[in-house]
Design a protein around this ligand. Structure first.
Ligand code: PH2
Ligand code: MG
Ligand code: MG
Length: 166
């Protein structure tokens, strides 16, 4: 079994409905057990593209050894597509994005799947919800997520206690 951390988010359409539906679809994947769901955060767009605010959350899942990281990625991409995901603008607005942040201790550098996720360590919208559910977590080669957050600006992300993915 590999423990995997997922970042989910979206900034188009009925954002919380989409995230709830995505969580159910991930939990229903065969060989995948949903272990933790973070609170939901409203987050300003990270990166160069001007776009609406996102809702973001982080999940911890356990993936059976019968699934490789790439097979898991392809299952997650199918879920993105089922939720109206299109791929036009890199880092642009989307109904649903599901990113594999870590997959066990796997390190991968193939273009389709870089592990750990190459930007997770610098993104408040990943680290803040992740810290809520997995305090001692580390990103290989980058350090503990608690320490990483200290060099960022977590005031940019706002918890939405009125929204829950459970
Ligand atoms: N995803 C991106 C680019 N920028 N910003 C926020 N706040 N949340 C995201 O999920 C996000 C982003 C590309 O995947
Ligand atoms: Mg992404
Ligand atoms: Mg993605």
């Amino acid at each position: 079994v590999s423990r995997s951390v997922l970042s989910i988010g979206g900034n188009l359409g009925e954002r919380v409905d989409t995230l709830r539906s995505a969580v159910s679809a991930i939990a229903a994947l065969s060989g995948v057990d949903l272990v933790e769901i973070s609170p939901v955060y409203e987050t300003p767009p990270w990166g160069p593209v001007e776009q609406p605010d996102f809702l973001n959350a982080v999940l911890v899942v356990e993936v059976s050894d019968t699934l490789t990281s790439l097979e898991f990625l392809h299952s997650l991409q199918t879920i993105e597509n089922q939720h109206g995901r299109t791929r036009d603008v890199h880092w642009g607005p989307r109904t649903l994005d599901i990113d594999i942040v870590t997959f066990g201790d796997e390190v991968s550098d193939v273009p389709e799947l870089v592990l750990p996720h190459p930007h997770a360590h610098e993104r408040e919208f990943v680290l803040v919800p992740w810290l809520d559910i997995d305090g001692g977590a580390e990103i290989q080669g980058r350090g503990s997520i608690g320490t990483l957050i200290e060099s960022l600006d977590p005031s940019a992300v706002t918890r939405r206690p009125d929204l829950s993915l459970r």
